[in-house]
Design a protein around this ligand. Structure first.
Ligand code: GLP
Length: 260
């Protein structure tokens, strides 16, 4: 894993958007995996700015989101579908027919999940997948104990995740107990993975997933098995990493040798 430590949340967002925009410029038909949560908001703001001010073109892009709450219709204000349109898609020139977000109110959920997987395959696979990380180490909604080979499916949310995500709802009881999520195995098939994290509250879990043993109890540790992962952290989120000196040294050496 390539570990990049930057000063603060703003810099995490700038760098993540820059990495995505470089991929997009190389490949106008990019298949882009997207995430929800508070962490990607700055990245989405910067991608919007790059579109508005520098003409970054999303017209050929296909997107796949990681997850959605079960039972929520597309227009539910706490749905991830609503979140994505509100924070990104309404502000860029993405073709709506190329936007894919799991449908929380699909009638046959198991069939629907297999179809979602199939659609990812038919698109040629995800070129770059953006990820955040949950406080219990989950990626997408792959809670502790999820198989590291898991596929898109319906899963129960952990109490910790329900408590964490209640900030997006008027009360905790309104947070759904189930979600559709890409599996860890699905995520690992993306050609490149970009995980972003910021703030002290993510420091412990970042140290565990970057430097700890691979375990289904912290599903982000599975990323250690992927050949092309970039982790962008701010100083606070990196503060519990044991090998910080090495990551900084390697960053500096890369800059000197390759310009980044
Ligand atoms: C949710 C999402 C994850 C996200 C996590 C962290 O559980 N399913 O994809 O990474 O929240 O969110 P935040 O960035 O708000 O800390």
């Amino acid at each position: 894993m390539e570990i990049v430590i930057v000063a603060d949340y703003e810099k995490v967002s700038m760098l993540a958007a820059q990495i995505i925009s470089e991929e997009l410029k190389k490949r106008p038909n990019l298949v882009l995996g997207l995430a929800t949560g508070e962490t990607p908001l700055g990245t989405y703001r910067e991608l919007t700015r790059l579109h508005r001010e520098e003409g970054l073109d999303f017209s050929g892009v296909t997107t796949f989101n990681l997850d959605e709450y079960v039972g929520f219709s597309l227009d539910h204000p706490s749905s991830y579908n609503y979140f994505m349109w509100d924070t990104l898609f309404n502000h860029i020139n993405v073709n709506p027919s190329r936007v894919n977000i799991p449908k929380g109110d699909a009638s046959h959920l198991d069939t629907y999940c297999s179809q979602y997987e199939e659609k990812i395959k038919q698109s040629g696979g995800i070129d770059i997948q953006l990820l955040g990380i949950g406080s219990d180490g989950h990626i997408a909604f792959n809670e502790p104990g999820s198989s590291l080979a898991s596929r898109t499916r319906v899963t129960a949310l952990d109490r910790q995740t329900i408590a964490d995500n209640s900030r997006f709802f008027s009360k905790e009881e309104d947070v759904p107990r189930f979600a559709i999520t890409m599996g860890v195995g699905t995520i690992l098939e993306a050609k490149r993975i970009l995980l972003i994290a910021s703030g002290k509250k993510k420091a412990g879990v970042c140290a565990q997933f970057i430097e700890g043993p691979i375990t289904s109890q912290i599903t982000a540790t599975a990323l250690q098995l992927h050949p092309a992962v970039t982790v962008v952290l701010d100083v606070e989120a990196s503060s519990k990493l044991k090998r910080q000196d090495f990551y900084r040294w390697a960053m500096k050496a890369r800059e000197e040798q390759f310009g980044r």
